[in-house]
Design a binder for this molecule. Structure first.
Ligand SMILES: Nc1nc2c(ncn2[C@@H]2O[C@H](COP(=O)(O)OP(=O)(O)O)[C@@H](OP(=O)(O)OP(=O)(O)O)[C@H]2O)c(=O)[nH]1
Ligand SMILES: [Mn+2]
Length: 179
């Protein structure tokens, strides 16, 4: 087996252990790990991305935001580049939700190319997930608002990956949201 396959298995195993007790917000309570795996898979399968550190960061992208994982821990195990990409896509959960959402829009254009790729795939996965089913307790208005806010973030990520951006554009168009 190639050394990159070994690295990816170590990474997906780490993420699976960290997200072990988390579930998605859908009625079936899908295991949360399906999301980071799906984000990494969008990057490789649809985005044509082969940069191993980007794929690792995709697998780990919600560990710091949503589990007890620290950036230092990621740096020690997976190295500085992977840790830095995850840091760039991690929201500060100490901030009020509205401020967190505003900062994503503000920070998107200044992120590294690697972080922009992870962000694009994250949004693409979550928007497709919203089309698949509505999270428990979400109104149709809240779903539409998530599309409108996502378009504001994606606007700042443009010029990064044509294939992913084309898919996102189509999803916004279906919702009547201007990109
Ligand atoms: N569409 C969808 N999303 C779900 C589901 N379960 C969990 N999520 C997560 O919920 C987040 C979006 O919900 P919000 O209410 O806007 O945000 P919050 O959880 O941070 O408060 C996303 O976080 P994120 O990945 O960190 O992205 P971001 O939206 O914060 O950028 C997404 O991964 C689900 O069943 N469907
Ligand atoms: Mn995510």
């Amino acid at each position: 087996m190639s050394s990159e396959s070994v690295v990816l298995l170590e990474t997906v195993n780490f993420a699976a252990e960290k997200h072990r007790y988390q579930r998605r917000k859908d009625a079936e309570q899908t295991p949360y790990i399906n999301h980071p795996i799906g984000v990494a898979r969008i990057l490789s399968h649809e985005g044509g991305i082969t940069d191993i550190e980007v794929l690792q960061a995709a697998l780990l992208h919600d560990t710091v935001e949503d589990t007890d994982t620290s950036i230092g821990e990621l740096q020690a195990i997976f190295g500085q580049t992977v840790a830095r990409i995850v840091q760039e896509v991690t929201d500060d959960k100490a901030l009020p939700k509205q401020e967190r959402k505003r900062q994503q829009v503000e920070h998107a254009p200044h992120a590294s190319q690697q972080a922009k790729l992870v962000k694009l795939a994250d949004k693409l996965y979550n928007l497709r997930d919203l089309n698949r089913c509505t999270p428990t307790g979400w109104s149709a208005e809240r779903v539409q608002e998530y599309f409108v806010w996502s378009a504001q973030v994606v606007r700042g990520l443009r010029g990064t990956n044509p294939a992913l951006e084309r898919h996102l554009e189509e999803l916004f168009k279906q919702r009547g949201v201007e990109l």
